[in-house]
Each structure stands twice: as structure tokens, then as C-alpha cells.
Design a protein around this ligand. Structure first.
Ligand code: FES
Ligand code: FES
Length: 161
């Protein structure tokens, strides 16, 4: 099958490429763009390691064809930190709360947590658990991930008061 031309915004930069229609977004990001922060675990939509934001909503890069999202805006974990390399408050909270161990799941958790926080998500632990319920972590037992997200959500709540 012939290649198809796509134009996307990835972490704020416009990217144009000719891709095979069956090329997965996860492979496009990792292999074509070198954005290897998007991890690939199960490759069939179960683990959440490949989660990115497409037009602000979390999505499985391993279940999405690159050609399918022509014209969209994609955010990956590489786009979170500032240009200076400074970590975001959420990334700092993950580090400080020990919300990661091996780190394989972390990019996916950071993306869903960003979606949750941008939507004004609260520090309620049950709500956070529901928000991250599509992502699997084999190391932490989740408590410290919830701690990290709750810390940032709680601060945002205080700032809104
Ligand atoms: S690699 Fe995509 S959900 Fe597991
Ligand atoms: S930190 Fe290892 S899988 Fe989550």
C-alpha cells in the first residue's frame, strides 16, 4: 500500500511525514521522531505505558495509526518539561513521592495525570485511582503515584481558593 502524507503537531512542533497507513503512532513517535519516552509494553491496549495526549485527551499510541490522527496535536512525555529542562511540579512530585521505581510505566502515568489535573481533578484519592485505572504499574503498588498526583491536585485546589 502506498504511503500517506500526514501533518501533525507534536509537542508544539509541526511535523510532516509520509507514512505507511498501518504505521502505529507508538512506532511513529519512537522510530520516526526519536521520541522514545513513549514506552511500549503490551502492544495491545492493556498496560497504558504508551499513553499520549491527542488533542488533549489520553489515548493509547499502540492502538492508534499515525495516519488516523492527521491534523491532530500530540503531546508526549518529552513535551512536559520546560525548555530549560526543569521538571514540572507533577514530575517533581513523582520524584519526591517515589511515584516511580523502574520508570517503565511513568510516561503513561504522567500523561493521564496531566489530563486529570488540567481538567481540575481533585486530590480525592478515589477519584485519582479511577483516573489512573487504565494504567498498570508492576513496581510501586500505586500508593506513591496517587500521593504524587494528590499533592499537585491539592496545591492547585488551594491556589483556586
Ligand atoms: S503498550 Fe499500549 S497499552 Fe500497553
Ligand atoms: S515503576 Fe516500574 S512498572 Fe511502574
Amino acid at each position: 500500500m502506498s504511503d500517506t502524507s500526514i501533518k501533525l503537531t507534536v509537542n508544539g512542533e509541526v511535523v510532516s511525514r509520509a507514512v505507511e497507513p498501518r504505521l502505529l503512532l507508538s512506532d511513529f513517535l519512537r522510530q520516526d521522531l526519536g521520541l522514545t519516552g513513549t514506552h511500549v509494553g503490551c502492544e495491545h491496549g492493556v498496560c497504558g505505558a504508551c499513553t499520549v495526549l491527542i488533542d488533549g485527551r489520553s489515548a493509547r499510541a499502540c492502538l492508534t495509526f499515525a495516519a488516523q490522527i492527521d491534523g491532530s496535536s500530540v503531546e508526549t512525555v518529552e513535551g512536559l518539561a520546560k525548555e530549560s529542562g526543569a521538571l514540572t511540579p507533577l514530575q517533581e512530585a513523582f520524584r519526591d513521592s517515589h511515584g516511580l521505581q523502574c520508570g517503565f510505566c511513568t510516561p503513561g502515568f504522567l500523561m493521564v495525570a496531566n489530563e486529570y489535573l488540567r481538567a481540575g481533578g481533585s486530590a480525592d484519592r478515589q477519584e485519582i485511582r479511577e483516573a489512573i485505572s487504565g494504567n498498570i504499574c508492576r513496581c510501586t503498588g500505586y500508593e506513591t503515584i496517587v500521593d504524587a498526583i494528590a499533592k499537585v491536585a491539592g496545591k492547585a485546589q488551594d491556589d483556586r481558593r
